[in-house]
Design a protein around this ligand. Structure first.
Ligand code: PLP
Length: 367
């Protein structure tokens, strides 16, 4: 289908093209000067001591988990309401995800649901910052300290978001941010692993580059693989960093436009931003008992919608890790709806979306 308003549309322009052309002109396509520059910009922006590039957010989580050096078969607390990769990375790293429930209005991990999932094998927790604001990191950090757990933050959607003044991904022992095409800034595929710990950073560099600190040597200190990216991606990343604030401001303005247009409509649930967190909207999210009717009506009008995450503890390849129902994650996946928030979402589009929603909710419910 040809959407009038697609779900995703990255903001890019001549600067990205010029950056790409530079890589081709230098004939330096593998990791080189642009990767170096991109890493520097990321460390500066996030305040992390070490910013280590990775091919995508999924592999960044995998690397981050390996760098935690947990005993094989350790259990890791993971919210059930997140993207599949949060848990698949845990499994591929040789560990066991233990799913926990989330808060019904912030959609992030419910700190009060952690205790009952503790076992002697739980060694780490993965707070996930969904939809552009922070998980309750004060509570998570306190819980982790009390139970001697390491913290790996999935801040895939969290570029630009701060929690009590700290950039997401720099609060736990290690954190990751994704640069997939639908994230706040993008390199197509790509990600960064953040840590302040020198030894973990060293380990990450070895893991990502065949067990060597530098390419060009054939003596390998350790087992590693190839998790490098290209200078072409980093060139796009550097250009995206230069327009990051423009992207963030635009998203916030459109979010405010949505809240103004939709906020008063009864029976629509909106995201509650976590206390102490800024918001860099990832989508405009809604909850409604009549979600399916809204999807049909919006898509008929050319607006591509997307549902919420499907609970991980119910996913066919993960259900074997399930330890029982997690009602909030299940409820959110039934009632949640994402609207696009990219720069194609003009005030006219927001108004038209508002009209479709109002009309649908005013009609008699479809049984
Ligand atoms: C996008 C995303 C990932 C995975 O990142 P990729 O770069 O697509 O591999 C992981 N977790 C969350 C919460 C995400 O949104």
């Amino acid at each position: 289908m040809n959407w009038t308003v697609p779900q995703v549309s990255p903001l890019m322009g001549d600067e990205e093209l010029v950056g790409l052309a530079g890589s081709v002109e230098r004939a330096w396509l593998t990791e080189g000067p642009m990767c170096e520059q991109f890493r520097g910009l990321l460390a500066e922006r996030t305040g992390a001591k070490h910013a280590i590039l990775a091919p995508n957010g999924t592999l960044a989580l995998f690397l981050g988990l390996l760098a935690l050096d947990l005993p094989p078969g350790s259990e890791v607390l993971v919210p059930s309401f997140t993207f599949f990769a949060s848990a698949s990375a845990v499994v591929f790293a040789g560990h066991v995800p233990v799913f926990v429930d989330v808060d019904p209005t912030t959609y992030n991990v419910d700190v009060t649901d952690l205790e009952r999932h503790l076992t002697p094998k739980v060694r780490a927790i993965m707070p996930v910052h969904v939809y552009g604001h922070a998980a309750p990191m004060r509570g998570v950090s306190k819980f982790a300290a009390a139970h001697d757990l390491l913290v790996i933050e999935d801040a895939a959607q969290g570029f630009g978001v701060e929690y009590f003044g700290r950039h997401l991904g720099t609060i736990g022992d290690v954190g990751i941010i994704s640069f997939f095409a639908d994230k706040t800034i993008t390199t197509g595929e790509g990600a960064v692993v953040l840590t302040d710990d020198d030894e973990r950073a060293r380990r990450l560099r070895l893991l990502r580059n065949q067990g060597r600190q530098h390419s060009g040597t054939f003596v390998h200190e350790e087992l590693g693989m190839n998790f490098r990216i290209t200078d072409m991606q980093a060139a796009v990343g550097v250009a995206q960093m230069a327009r990051a604030d423009e992207i963030i401001d635009g998203r916030r303005a459109r979010y405010a436009g949505f809240v103004e247009r939709l906020g008063h409509i009864e029976d629509l649930g909106l995201l509650q931003v976590e206390e102490g967190s800024t918001l860099v909207p990832f989508r405009f999210t809604l909850r409604s008992e009549r979600r399916d009717e809204l999807v049909t009506a919006l898509e008929r009008s050319g607006v591509q919608t997307r549902g919420f995450f499907y609970p991980l503890h119910l996913q066919p390849p993960l259900v074997r890790f399930s330890r029982g129902p997690l009602p909030v994650a299940e409820e959110l996946s039934r009632t949640g709806l994402c609207l696009p928030i990219h720069d194609g979402v003009t005030p006219e589009v927001i108004d038209a979306i508002g009209e479709v929603i109002e009309e649908t909710l005013a009609s008699a419910p479809v049984a």
